[in-house]
Unconditional design. Structure first.
Length: 318
């Protein structure tokens, strides 16, 4: 392209930019009005949304005291397999298993029902901090009679098991694991900062107890099985193996009953949150202003295009 051609394109670009700026200036009132309207709508939405708080607990999976058990496993693993005895497998993934159990439908359903969380999780739509009381969804629940209302088809609006678990996982439960450090952050979101703290503490207590009870039951079953095997054999080496296996399972029982934080050890306990995590009102207002500005510019450009098609000079509209 020749220098004269390039200069021609530069002049045309400069003219186009001048025209665009002129159109925006001419339509500045449309832009300002649109920004004001969108800002008011965004502000109303931000104020309408109820505050949601999140209480977090930082925990780390408890490391098994594997030295003694690992030595038994390496020495007797082959003989134990021949005898039909399981040594319990690799226990290093207990923390990962506990996280998945906390997300499981069965555990969460039992957790919600056992701790009477159906009403505070699904019958309320806000929390009044001034009066420390729930704001109930009166279209779904009658707080005076303590009953769930029915829908247009006569069905109770009490959440089903599927709804309870799904909503709890999507709206309330937050679990994040740091793969570098192994730390796990468990959080609960709710309208009430007090309840969010209470639920997350109860959740960790319940998963610790669940894993403890599971391991105790498995160890007791193994001990019973090993004692039966011990009575059935007269081979000295097999008897020695069974005694050592019973000792290891008894050790597991002792640790399970002696350790309060069985699977997760608290690194940083939950504090009652004072600042909400949602709604992010500043972001809502910024987005509203940007949408208003974009809408105003669009209206100004459409108005200029309409005027141009009518053959009216833009300069005369300023």
């Amino acid at each position: 392209m020749s220098q004269s051609g390039q200069a021609k394109y530069d002049i045309e670009d400069e003219i186009d930019l001048k025209e665009i700026f002129h159109i925006i200036w001419v339509g500045r009132w449309y832009i300002l009005i649109a920004i004001c309207l969108f800002t008011l709508v965004g502000l109303a939405y931000a104020l309408y949304k109820k505050n949601i708080y999140q209480a977090n607990v930082l925990v780390i999976p408890v490391q098994e005291e594997t030295g003694h058990l690992a030595s038994i496993g390496s020495q007797l693993g082959g003989l134990a397999n021949l005898a039909g005895v399981s040594l319990g497998g690799d226990r290093s993934n207990k923390g990962t298993l506990a996280i998945e159990i906390m997300r499981s439908n069965t555990f969460l359903k039992d957790f919600i029902l056992r701790n009477n969380l159906v009403k505070p999780l699904f019958a309320v739509e806000g929390w009044d901090p001034a009066e420390s009381r729930w704001i109930y969804d009166t279209n779904r629940y009658n707080p005076e009679s303590g009953t769930w209302l029915t829908d247009d088809e006569g069905e109770s609006q009490r959440p089903s098991d599927w709804e309870m678990v799904t909503v709890f996982k999507e709206d309330h439960l937050r679990i994040a694991k740091n793969d570098d450090t192994g730390m796990v952050t468990v959080g609960i979101r709710h309208y009430s900062p007090e309840l969010s703290k209470e639920i997350v503490e109860t959740l960790l207590s319940d998963i610790n107890e669940y894993m403890r009870r599971q391991d105790v039951e498995e160890s007791e079953a193994r001990i019973e099985y090993l004692e039966a095997k011990l009575r059935d054999t007269s081979i000295t080496d097999m008897q020695k193996m069974f005694y050592q296996l019973i000792e290891s399972e008894t050790r597991t029982l002792m640790l399970a009953n002696a350790r309060k934080e069985y699977i997760f050890e608290t690194v940083d306990p939950a504090l009652m949150p004072e600042e909400p995590v949602e709604p992010k009102r500043l972001i809502i207002l910024i987005v509203a202003v940007l949408l208003g500005a974009g809408t105003g510019v669009f209206i100004a450009l459409m108005k200029a295009l309409f005027i141009t098609e009518k053959g009216v000079d833009l300069e005369s509209t300023d």
